[in-house]
Design a protein around this ligand. Sequence first.
Ligand code: HEC
Length: 99
Amino acid sequence: MKKNLSGLWVVSIFLLSACQTREAGFISYLPGNLQQEGSVFIAYCNSCHAAPHPARHTLNEWMVVLMHMENRMRERSYALPDHKSKQAIIDYLARYARK
Ligand code: HEC
């Protein structure tokens, strides 16, 4: 019994620290400077789910994913990125996309 409970503690401390990392905007698996080139990407793409790694898709594939995500944002009445923000997201994805 005691053993099981201490295991739970380890799990909850792990989960808590994971949340804090995410809130602080430091997402260690993402490439580039996340306070600059990656900041708009994180603001929009790390809210409904963890931000995906840019190398998951080619730029062409990302353009399709972005269209789908805009629909997800509309469905949930999330603020859509304006033209400038959208360009910043595309620039970030393009830089680190699968070639
Ligand atoms: C409003 C909520 C929401 C936001 C904001 C959002 N997503 Fe998603 N995303 C979803 C949902 C829901 C799914 C599950 C699959 C689906 O419904 O399309 C998903 C799935 C994904 C997937 C996996 C499926 C695939 O097509 O490869 C990727 C990659 C993705 N999102 C990227 C992004 C990016 C990049 C952004 C920022 C522009 C973003 N998401 C912002 C809701 C969101």
